[in-house]
Design a protein around this ligand. Structure first.
Ligand code: DQA
Length: 147
């Protein structure tokens, strides 16, 4: 199986950025741990973080018929991007939406997501652990061990 992990804007600042909200791990720490988990599970994992919306959109288009599952933290684009939503719909690749923080505990503008109603699942508020939970769940789902 091939999985793609996508991270949106400002997530390259993890570890420095509002650590009380987003934790002390850097994105490199998180991705290194995810790669180790993917190796253990015997699956191929690719990661892209970008601060440019079109880069994530292009990456999603290129994943068409190549990637089995996507794990995405759209970050601030969660609350704004019809374009990223449409990109995911266009390739018909199932995905999980992940947020480090519990967005529902925060400002009202973070309560709406353009992704949650089309995601296979949503994980919020578990910090970096959320990515690991999503990876485990995605592999279980692809191997049909939990449905
Ligand atoms: C976030 C939550 C978003 O509201 C915010 O804009 C982010 C990170 C999270 O992982 O908790 O950048 O997606």
């Amino acid at each position: 199986f091939k999985l793609l992990v996508l991270n949106g804007p400002n997530l390259n600042m993890l570890g420095k950025r509002e650590p009380e909200t987003y934790g002390s791990q850097s994105l490199t720490d998180i991705v290194t741990a995810l790669n180790a988990q993917a190796d253990t599970l015997g699956i191929e994992l690719e990661h892209l973080q970008s601060n440019a919306e079109h880069e994530l959109i292009d990456k999603i288009h290129n994943a068409w018929q190549k990637v089995d599952f996507i794990i995405i933290n759209p970050a601030a684009w969660t609350h704004t991007s019809v374009a990223l939503r449409d990109a995911l719909l266009s390739v018909e690749i199932p995905f999980y939406e992940v947020h480090l923080s519990n967005v529902h505990k925060r400002e009202p503008f973070r309560h709406h997501s353009y992704f949650s109603d089309i995601a296979e699942g949503v994980i919020v508020g578990f910090g970096a652990m959320g990515y690991h939970m999503a990876l485990n769940a995605a592999v279980n789902r692809l191997q049909n061990t939990h449905y």
